[in-house]
Design a protein around this ligand. Structure first.
Ligand SMILES: [Zn+2]
Length: 277
């Protein structure tokens, strides 16, 4: 039976021989996982030579790769310098991702600051369109995955992310179900997960459900949203019902686990999913 969903970790598994991405990929394979997201969240710290090693090891081990761009990005920044630095961080992440053979670059698009959500949306959409055009002119072959954010002051509601994905070629959603739960204070039951998947299908068609990029972890939150990530079993996040909904929709794509125990929860999610009929 072919797997609908691939499971992996956000960054090199904790039990890898070293912190390198190459050792991380080998460990993903040993753990029986399928994919890995390379974390450039504090900066793009990989050179071309390492990236060429990474693609080779990923191919040898049959592991699919994606990249998470730095956190310090605000495509809604009014300061020109900050905006240009944000654009460069995305382009640099995407270019290295392409050399690694990765297909998707996860991006936190920015903050509303003092703008209305509508104005922030238009600014960010304009920037993403330009970035996507640059990358497609370079034949980078990567999709920019705008992430659903975990905080209400941070751009990236599910509605915004789905609209960007409909409007701009080369942009698709990264649905972080834990963020969505923390941001909205709900969206943690089978029926609510179903509604989210129906919204994806309505906006992006069956194709959207065949090529999902998901983030999952336990999460602690306040009225303002995300506070910190937790291991799944220490949180209230209803991951079994999420997996059930994904299975019932025959959803395909990748599930990246961002729990503090990384591979512990990634393996847990995969085992539960594989046991479902
Ligand atoms: Zn993220």
């Amino acid at each position: 039976m072919k797997n609908g969903l691939l499971f992996g970790t956000a960054g090199t598994p904790l039990s890898s021989k070293s912190r390198s991405s190459v050792d991380g990929i080998r460990r993903i394979r040993e753990l029986g996982l399928d994919c890995m997201e390379i974390e450039f969240v504090r900066g793009v710290n990989m050179g071309q030579n390492t990236a060429r090693d990474v693609i080779q090891v990923a191919i040898e081990n049959g592991i699919k790769l994606s990249v998470h761009a730095p956190y310090f990005i605000n495509l809604n920044a009014s300061d020109r310098e900050k905006l240009n630095a944000s654009r460069e961080r995305i382009l640099k992440s995407a270019r290295i991702c392409a050399v690694c053979g990765g297909s998707d670059v996860v991006v936190h698009a920015g903050f509303y600051l003092k703008n209305t959500p509508g104005k922030a949306y238009r600014t960010i959409a304009g920037q993403l369109k330009e970035l996507s055009d640059i990358l497609s002119a370079e034949n980078a072959g990567v999709t920019l995955r705008v992430e659903v954010s975990g905080k209400s002051r941070q751009f990236g509601s599910l509605t915004e992310v789905l609209s960007l994905s409909t409007e701009i070629d080369g942009v698709a959603p990264c649905i972080d179900f834990s963020h969505q739960h923390a941001r909205e204070g709900k969206d943690n039951t089978y029926d609510e997960f179903v509604i989210i998947l129906q919204r994806v299908e309505k906006r992006l068609g069956r194709e959207g459900l065949d090529n999902l990029h998901l983030h999952v972890s336990g999460i602690e939150y306040t009225d303002n949203g995300e506070k910190k990530h937790l291991n799944l079993q220490q949180s209230d996040f209803n991951y079994v019902e999420l997996l059930r909904a994904l299975k019932d929709f025959d959803a395909k794509g990748r599930v990246i686990c961002e729990s503090p125990n990384l591979e512990g929860d990634a393996v847990l999610l995969k085992e539960i999913y594989m046991a479902m009929s």
